[in-house]
Design a protein around this ligand. Sequence first.
Ligand code: XMP
Length: 334
Amino acid sequence: NWEMGNFTEKEIIRIRKLVGDNAQVIGAVSGGVDSTVAARLMKEAIGDRFHAILVDTGLMRLDECQQVKETLREHLGINLTIVDGGELFFSRLAGVVEPETKRKIIGETFIDLFEKEAIRIEEEAKETPRAGKVEWFLQGTLYADLIESLSFKGPSATIKSHHNVGGLPARMMNGQAQLKLIEPLRELFKDEVRAFGRQLGIHEDLVMRHPFPGPGIAIRILGEVTPERVEIVRKADHIFISMIKEAGIYDQMSQAYAALDTNRAVGVMGDSRVYGMICILRAVTSVDFMSAEPFEFPFQLLKNICRRIVNEVDGITRVVYDCTSKPPGTIELE
Ligand code: XMP
């Protein structure tokens, strides 16, 4: 509609004015709709003076990094740098089981790598006559993210540390880099960002993609996060999501994922008794992610999904479906 078209144009003009003819902007992208729309908008406004940075945490889903690369760099023409952080994340997460500690380590490692990259781009810019200083830091924060992060900070303590609100901008703005924050989506709701994304030529699959948390698969693995356990969750998750898509019900739910329990359970595979891992499936519907209801699968489909996961993913002997509402449960497990 004309109002959205107007918004795109106005926002591009506003960004150009704000950033000027010379300054550069950096921003983290995740492959989600928010950061992709924000990045596409920056590209439209200032071209290659915008640098998108994807930190490959080793905690993303199956083939996700490759897909983000194709979409952003090849399809949307965004100036993208991929930082390979897998080994660093896994080494820092070794032996860690406490959820908030995991989140903290991931958030800090992410910032360490991002900051290093920002400094590298800044150094490079000094040698390029047409590119100015890196002055801005882009965030794809939505109105709802701001509300939620405020509501998380009760008088007693933060309920859960959301890693894309708060920490990163604070260090980018006050640390060595001294960047200013640019948030083109901060007045929008999710459905508006989606409409906006379509207008900017972003593929429908990405526009309708379920949200994926910054700490990634790590908060879907109860207990220790190891490359082997991530691999197992990735395979189970891929089967789960593919079957949901094949059934044509992906858009009916707000989020769905496979996770891994710390406990083990006995099963029989062929003739032998195996003591294997327990996969937890979760799928919810939600309007604002502040509350959520478990998705009501047709039971036969759920059984088929469980059977395929046990048959195809080595190490998993049992699959359970989480029927907890939010509240009291949260959408993620940690
Ligand atoms: P919870 O688990 O709190 O999740 O019910 C609500 C929504 O937020 C997402 N989530 C995160 N997103 N960084 C993110 O970018 C995080 O640290 C984080 N933790 C939870 C979650 O996937 C759901 O959509």
